[in-house]
Design a protein around this ligand. Structure first.
Ligand code: FE
Length: 163
């Protein structure tokens, strides 16, 4: 191993190097919507944000939600769209969801994989825009920990993604 010329600060959190499209099925956290999984990459507890790959192997309605804070997305594979928009997020595409955005995610046929960097929280809403639930970095950590416990990796497995 080569000694680094510039020492890394002892205060710097540990880096994360993970395969986005994990081949270990246990790392994919199932969601309330059948045919949709979340693969955690980073749970940022200081900024209040998280990065995950969303895998959809179903077609049609997935989720209607509002974002009070920005979201960045990159489509690794496949495609999907928002009911309220006339564009389609396609393979290789970048999507910026600005603060204040509300949309209904629709899965198009075929498997899709999208890397999302979600800040703040995601507020689930009904067809009238009334909040029905929410997700933030902490609910996502709890959801993942519970899943990893259930598949035998142990709840502590989630720590590899927590900073
Ligand atoms: Fe969204």
């Amino acid at each position: 191993m080569i000694e680094p010329a510039i020492p890394v600060s002892a205060w710097s959190p540990a880096e994360i190097v993970e395969l986005a499209n994990s081949t270990d099925e246990r790392e994919w956290v199932p969601t309330a919507r059948e045919g949709v999984w979340i693969r955690p990459l980073l749970f940022d507890t200081v900024r209040g944000a998280w990065v995950n790959v969303t895998r959809m192997r179903t077609t049609g309605f997935i989720s209607r939600h509002a974002h009070p804070a920005p979201v960045h997305g990159y489509v690794i594979k496949g495609q999907w769209h928002y009911l309220e928009r006339d564009w389609v997020a396609t393979e290789g595409g970048y999507v910026f969801e600005p603060p204040g955005d509300t949309h209904t995610l629709i899965a198009d046929p075929g498997e899709s994989l999208t890397l999302f960097w979600i800040t703040g929280c995601l507020i689930e809403v009904d067809e009238f825009g009334t909040p029905t639930g929410f997700a933030d970095v902490f609910t996502r950590i709890e959801q993942a920990a519970k899943h990893y416990e259930a598949v035998g990796l142990g709840a502590d497995y989630v720590n590899r993604f927590v900073r």
